[in-house]
Ligand binder design. Structure first.
Ligand SMILES: Cc1cc2nc3c(=O)[nH]c(=O)nc-3n(C[C@H](O)[C@H](O)[C@H](O)COP(=O)(O)OP(=O)(O)OC[C@H]3O[C@@H](n4cnc5c(N)ncnc54)[C@H](O)[C@@H]3O)c2cc1C
Length: 379
């Protein structure tokens, strides 16, 4: 196995690193404090061809492959996890259902503007009564003479409330055990958008409730020629999102290590830098070691995905290992910074601590990932 980056992937990673240093890191604390979604950033990312990394060139993307994509995601995630998470939602769940299920006409109509960064992608699975178990969704799409009538509610939806949004891809029940994705453009009558949710972390992210009150859609707004027979069929192509959230987690863990190391070398107590205390050195060594391990399994999952080999087990392991590392690393980063770590403003680690928790929840909770991994072991 060779997960080393190709020259092309290295160029993309370096481009993202430079972009993050210039356009993201200096503003991240302000965006967080003001709960501001930086729409202008995403427009610039479109100009830099960063909005269609997983979409083939023929549909306006760059099709860089999953290994390069994961390396790029880690760079933005290290600079600001919240805006990187919005980018992640656009690139994966907000775009890939159109690529996987859409007809040629639908790809030209909706995927191309997403991949070129004219529009921002979003996808609505979660409902008040259905999160980990999506087979329980109650949003219904009823056939009408002209097309479809959508009725139901979705919660916690990323990007759909922003002015740049294409409108969400909505997973709905089309029959007793049948499901489909529907494109619901902004402004469709019967489609309502709730107020911006207040969150512990990822505060620049725009997260909202969506309401479909007899929302009428033309027949061609169902992705693909027909609905599908199971929730598994509707969602199984999206496991690549777990690799992406693993990379988001790696970025956060790396930011925690970098901040902690710099502080430990600088901060003096008892006449010496705190980095000379064994207790602090152990924390830094553990963070660095777990970061390397989590990156290796993430890159293995990405490499398998690029080769069209089974990758779901590795993707689940990568997301589990990296997200739990991010939470642990952010807690230790605050600890290493002492009281300064608990304060907002001077150091970023309080924000990292708030941002980290959600990584254990989205794209499969840690509990669900353990269920998936154990099943993969044959139990
Ligand atoms: C900031 C943010 C952004 C989000 N963005 C989106 C988005 O863009 N689109 C979207 O569709 N959703 C989005 N979500 C929703 C997210 O995907 C769900 O929160 C997640 O899938 C968990 O579902 P739930 O919240 O309903 O928790 P539940 O499924 O109710 O889980 C609650 C607890 O029970 C545990 N549990 C559940 N089932 C089992 C089991 N079988 N075994 C053991 N433990 C179990 C879980 O692990 C968890 O600890 C977002 C969430 C957040 C917080």
């Amino acid at each position: 196995m060779d997960f080393s980056l190709s020259d092309e992937a290295r160029m993309l990673r370096d481009l993202c690193r430079g972009f993050a240093d210039r356009a993201i890191r200096p503003h991240a604390a302000k965006w967080d404090r003001e709960c501001y979604f930086p729409v202008e950033l995403f427009r610039e990312m479109g100009e830099l061809s960063l909005m269609g990394l997983l979409v083939p060139v023929e549909y306006g993307g760059t099709g860089v492959g999953t290994v390069a994509f994961a390396a790029a995601m880690e760079e933005l995630a290290a600079a600001d996890n919240s805006t990187a998470a919005c980018w992640n939602a656009h690139l994966t769940i907000g775009s890939l259902p159109i690529l996987h299920f859409g007809t040629e006409e639908q790809k030209r109509r909706w995927l191309v503007p997403l991949a070129q960064g004219e529009k921002l992608g979003s996808c609505a699975f979660t409902e008040p009564g259905a999160g980990s178990d999506l087979s329980g969704i109650e949003t219904r799409a009823l056939r009408t003479k002209e097309g479809w009538k959508l009725r139901g509610r979705k919660i916690f939806i990323t990007n759909a409330g922003t002015e740049m949004s294409l409108g969400p891809l909505v997973l709905a029940r089309t029959g007793e055990n049948r499901f489909g994705f529907f494109v619901v453009p902004r402004g469709t009558p019967g489609f309502g958008i709730g107020p911006k949710a207040e969150k512990l972390g990822w505060r620049s992210m725009d997260t909202r409730e969506l309401i479909f009150d007899d929302c009428l859609l033309p027949a061609d707004h169902l992705l693909g020629e027909s609905d599908v027979e199971s929730i598994r069929q509707a969602t199984e192509t999206l496991a690549v999102g777990r690799i992406s959230v693993a990379a988001l987690s790696l970025g956060l863990a790396r930011a925690c290590l970098d901040a902690s190391l710099a502080y430990a070398l600088e901060r003096r107590q008892f006449g010496v830098p705190i980095a000379s205390f064994q207790a602090i050195r152990s924390k830094l060594a553990d963070m660095a070691t777990r970061l390397e391990m989590a990156r290796l399994i993430t890159m293995k999952a990405a490499w398998l995905h690029d080769r069209d080999e089974p990758y779901r087990q590795e993707a689940a392991m990568a997301k589990l290992a990296a997200s739990e590392l991010a939470v642990d690393a952010s807690r230790e980063a605050v600890q290493i910074h002492g009281g300064y770590g608990y304060m907002e403003g001077e150091f970023p680690v309080a924000r990292y601590y708030r941002d980290a928790k959600v990584l254990e929840i989205g794209e499969g909770t840690s509990e669900i990932l353990r269920v998936v991994i154990a099943k993969g072991l044959g139990c």
